[in-house]
Design a protein around this ligand. Structure first.
Ligand SMILES: NC(=O)c1ccc[n+]([C@@H]2O[C@H](COP(=O)([O-])OP(=O)(O)OC[C@H]3O[C@@H](n4cnc5c(N)ncnc54)[C@H](O)[C@@H]3O)[C@@H](O)[C@H]2O)c1
Length: 254
């Protein structure tokens, strides 16, 4: 299938989890895949795996909280491929805690990666997308940006901000041919969730809790979310901008 044929697509946090699934799905749709992640070992390993499968791809070690890293990575992509069609801001981190128990440091860190990282990514690619008069940005928010989930004040706050940043960019750049949309995934069994399970006192009870708290009574798969990213990134969604696509097994309905 060719929904992203030859489109140069930057995906952040793509050395693991959902980002990796998005990268695979995009490659199946003919995309040129650019992986940005600060995990050099896993990022390089994944880029080699993509190349072995004939996928044109590049890994650029990037910390999304550093504007200088963004400047360098975006310049490298433009130098190599001449354009940037899609940015998927997928990087995100999680730590639990409420207003009393979360440390100031954790709160700032989560906002830095999830909010500033997304903001800096959009800021970095917009000049090139403006030159092209075309571009599609897909931000990965969360069901936690729509509903206040207990004991995760920093994460909830950060993901609500991602949704509002997406809408802001959508209205500011609609007349320039640039679309910005976001996805609110529900819980998927990725490394991020595995870390929560591993830290639980009772693994099985936690697994059950994390699977059965939504109408579809299970966790999602990264592939199910990646399909939404293909739709929003591609020209199959030309009238969609500022949209908030829930892929969460119905969690946000109840
Ligand atoms: N897993 C879930 O259930 C779930 C649910 C809803 C939303 N999300 C969101 O989906 C996105 C991906 O989550 P995941 O579960 O795949 O996470 P993950 O922990 O498996 O992967 C995150 C990736 O981001 C990279 N990363 C972290 N900080 C970075 C930084 N500062 N700069 C560059 N790279 C950095 C990591 O190296 C890793 O490769 C996140 O935004 C997350 O909030 C996840």
């Amino acid at each position: 299938m060719n929904r992203l044929k030859d489109k140069v697509c930057i995906i952040t946090g793509a050395a693991s989890g959902l980002g990796k699934s998005i990268a695979w799905k995009f490659s199946e749709e003919g995309a040129v895949v650019v992986i940005l992640d600060f995990n050099e070992k896993e990022g390089q390993r994944f880029a080699r795996e993509l190349a072995k499968n004939g996928v044109p791809s590049t890994f650029l070690q990037t910390n999304v909280t550093e504007s200088e890293h963004w400047t360098n990575s975006v310049a490298a992509v433009i130098e190599k491929y001449g354009r940037i069609d899609v940015l998927v801001n997928n990087t995100g981190i999680f730590k639990d805690g409420n207003a009393l128990t979360s440390s100031e440091e954790d709160f700032k860190n989560i906002l830095d990666v999830n909010v500033n990282g997304t903001y800096l990514g959009m800021k970095a690619v917009l000049p090139q997308m403006l030159r092209q008069k075309k571009g599609s940005i897909v931000n990965i928010a969360s069901e936690a940006g729509l509903i206040a989930i207990r004991n995760q004040i920093a994460y909830n706050t950060s993901k609500a901000a991602v949704i509002m940043m997406t809408k802001s960019v959508a209205v500011d750049f609609a007349s320039d041919g640039i679309r910005a949309n976001c996805i609110c995934p529900g819980r998927m069994h990725t490394a991020l969730v595995q870390r929560i399970l591993d830290s639980a006192e009772d693994y099985d009870a936690q697994f059950k809790l994390m699977s059965e708290d939504r109408p579809l009574m299970r966790m999602g798969t990264p592939d199910e979310v990646a399909m939404g990213a293909v739709y929003l990134a591609s020209d199959e969604s030309p009238f969609a901008t500022g949209s908030v696509l829930s892929i969460d097994g119905g969690y946000a309905c109840v």
